[in-house]
Design a protein around this ligand. Structure first.
Ligand code: AHR
Length: 670
């Protein structure tokens, strides 16, 4: 066998050469000054950009529904929490005396809302009653109106009135209302409360005047101003943030919430439609998920239910994507399985959902939709079978679902699971099986460090172009680690995601859908971080990650264009990432450029195939501080800035800001 001996003379000559080279290079080009070339191949247009490429992942985590998008101010409004007075506190001002008694009608059969409260007043004093703490407070804004309502009946004597008051921490009044005229029959009483001050952490007091006993249920304080001014409507600032993203789809209701810790606690859409007061409350699985973020008061009232999700999708122009439980509880928890012999029950739920969404108003479930106010179909086109499942048990269940659903509804695309991780044994097993089954869309999840996103920009370059397509259904850069309470929505994470998304866009012939996850977090009541949008009881803001998503989603164009970086089709070279598309109706080339270097970068851009340009604009998202975050007080610290582009031909140079995402929209003549 030949061996090589070190040739000292050769080594030292080599060393000299290397040193010389380094010297020459250092002098010839401060590297930052070398213009990088970016060629957009207009003359080689690719696949159409899917309308669904960028969408939203909604899950009822972090108080995203009750206490968030669903703006009811009263927590435990029907006394249905297992601790029926959780969130409530007795009030006995001015020496009043009485008792609060909970009654339960569940012995009378399957009553969805079986509890009510009796306020028994023995000595009226200045009124006897109770106070609700809201969702980490009751939010009211000066001058705005709130609809107070309650189901009530006189149980003994006829108490004179029920006084309703919003108060701040010092007990100062921020608005009052009163209802009276009670009878022994249950009836709804309503009044309008106009706020005299702004406070996000107020309380709602209810005081019975006069002796007697009053039974109360369904105590509600609901803002008059909702999205589209609908009764039982959604919080307008949050819906606005969603709509402004121009999302291609809305996935709901999750996430692990679909699965439940146990099957009994899985999400069942049928219990979330019909009159809000008849929707049966269950525990939220995030209530106890993390020891470090226990949330004992987290339940699902389903005030925001399936009808409202479909309506929201329609309002924001997004395709609805409901995810169904497939007979599997969360595999990180109990992993309970519905026996395959009983799986038809789960499949029937999916079939009925198609009827609820798309069926004629005369059909059983279509009638429920029509009676709720939407006779026209919701045009459901996709359904997810399970959330983050894995193992052969999933494949067995997916097969059973696919067999029936595709036979009865070939028009519905099925989304299948690829487990919780973007690689590994389970992931490979699932992909192998799903390919054999000719699955349609496979849902991949990745919660990884920022660096992973920068390094995996080529993830889909080599994916097969035939067979199942990809839904990048849950992803977010984790600044510390998955499920760490210290994760931040900082600029480094968002910028790394931006680099990665250029890879998704370039491969949009395979990656048909993608969504950041999770969507919402209440600043005082979250379990999981990072999240795309944060809010308190009155205010909200988009994170830097939000602006990345928004820039891509609102500038996705209609047709992919190949991009060469320094002449190569490989993306992500030396801190530069790019993707491009054509907006055919607007006649604009859209070029996204991500610079992950802390120095500015000059790029020499060539729009190959353009005979000329008619100007354009640049949308720039940048920060020189990788740790920068947005907040309630500084909601737009990292947000896009628009500039004019002074390009006079299809060949021009542009200087990218340090650590930036730039979207160039160039009007082309062809
Ligand atoms: O997004 C938070 C959780 O992460 C989702 O519920 C689950 O699907 C994933 O593990």
């Amino acid at each position: 066998m030949r061996t090589f001996r070190a040739d000292r003379g050769f080594s030292s000559r080599l060393l000299t050469l290397v040193c010389l080279c380094a010297l020459v290079c250092a002098q010839a080009a401060p590297a930052a000054a070398r213009a990088r070339s970016v060629t957009v191949q207009l003359d080689r247009p690719g696949a159409a950009v899917p309308r669904t490429l960028f969408g939203l992942f909604f899950e009822d985590i972090n108080f995203a529904a009750d206490g968030g998008l669903y703006p009811e101010r009263v927590k435990n409004r029907s006394f249905e929490f297992p601790e029926p007075l959780m969130g409530w506190k007795q009030l006995a001002p001015g020496g009043s005396k009485g008792t609060l008694q909970i009654y339960d009608l569940s012995t009378e059969g399957d009553v969805p809302n079986s509890h009510y409260l009796r306020i028994k007043v023995d000595e009226p004093g200045q009124g006897f009653g109770l106070s609700n703490e809201g969702f980490r407070g009751v939010g009211v804004e000066k001058g705005k109106e709130y609809n107070f309502s309650v189901m009530a009946r006189a149980a003994a004597g006829v108490p004179a009135a029920l006084r309703v008051e919003v108060v701040d921490a010092q007990g100062h009044s921020l608005g009052q209302a009163k209802v009276s005229g009670f009878t022994p029959q249950w009836k709804k009483y309503s009044a309008t409360l106009r706020a005299t001050g702004t406070e996000s952490k107020a309380r709602l007091n209810l005081l019975v005047d006069g002796a007697g006993a009053l039974d109360v249920d369904l105590v509600s304080l609901f803002p008059k101003e909702t999205w589209a001014n609908r009764p039982n409507g959604l919080r307008p600032d949050l819906v606005k943030l969603l709509k402004e993203m121009n999302p291609g789809f809305l996935r709901f209701p999750g996430g692990c919430i679909v699965e439940g810790r146990y099957l009994e606690q899985r999400y069942q859409w049928k219990t979330t439609v019909g009159a809000p007061e008849e929707r049966k409350l269950i525990v939220n699985r995030w209530n106890t998920e993390f020891r470090h973020r226990l949330t004992p008061d987290y339940y699902q009232s389903f005030g925001l239910g399936y009808y409202e999700y479909f309506q929201l999708s329609e309002d924001i122009g997004a395709e609805p994507l409901p995810i169904m439980n497939c007979g599997m509880a969360c595999q990180f928890n109990s992993g309970e399985l519905a026996p395959l012999e009983d799986i038809n029950h789960y499949i029937q739920d999916a079939l009925d959902l198609v009827e609820f969404a798309n069926g004629p108003a005369a059909s059983k479930w279509g009638r429920v939709r029509a009676q709720m106010g939407h006779p026209a179909p919701f045009r459901l086109k996709m359904i997810g079978v399970g959330n983050e499942q894995w193992g052969p048990q999933y494949i067995e269940r997916y097969k059973a679902f696919a067999k029936v659903l595709k036979a009865k509804h070939p028009e519905i695309t099925l989304v299948s699971a690829a487990g919780p991780f973007p690689e590994g044994k389970e992931f490979d097993f699932l992909w192998g099986q799903l390919r054999q089954l000719n699955a349609e869309l496979v849902d991949e999840h990745y919660y990884k460090p920022p660096q992973w996103f920068r390094e995996n920009v080529g993830r889909y370059d080599e994916y097969p172009r035939v067979g199942p397509k990809v839904f990048a259904g849950e992803y977010a850069a984790q600044s510390v680690g998955i499920a760490s309470p210290d994760n931040k929505n900082n600029w480094e994470c968002a910028l790394s995601e931006a680099a990665f998304v250029t890879g998704l866009e370039r491969n949009a012939d395979v990656v048909r859908m993608s969504s950041y996850a999770p969507l919402f977090g209440h600043v005082d009541a979250w379990q999981w971080t990072p999240n795309l949008i944060w809010f308190d009881n009155l205010r909200s803001y988009g994170t830097p990650d939000y602006y990345v998503q928004k820039l891509f989603s609102t500038n996705k164009g209609t047709r992919l264009l190949p991009v060469l970086l320094d002449g190569s089709p490989k993306n992500g070279r030396e801190g530069l990432y790019a993707s491009a598309s054509l907006d055919e109706p607007a006649g604009e080339v859209i070029l996204k450029l991500v610079n992950t270097d802390s120095a500015q970068k000059e790029v020499s851009i060539n729009l190959a195939g353009a005979t000329g340009v008619r100007g354009g604009r640049a949308l720039v998202l940048s920060s020189t501080d990788l740790k920068a975050e947005n907040s309630l007080d500084e909601p737009t610290r990292v947000s896009p800035v628009e500039k004019q582009l002074s390009a006079a031909s299809g060949d021009f140079t542009y200087t990218l800001a340090p650590d930036s995402l730039t979207v160039l929209r160039v009007k082309t003549l062809r």
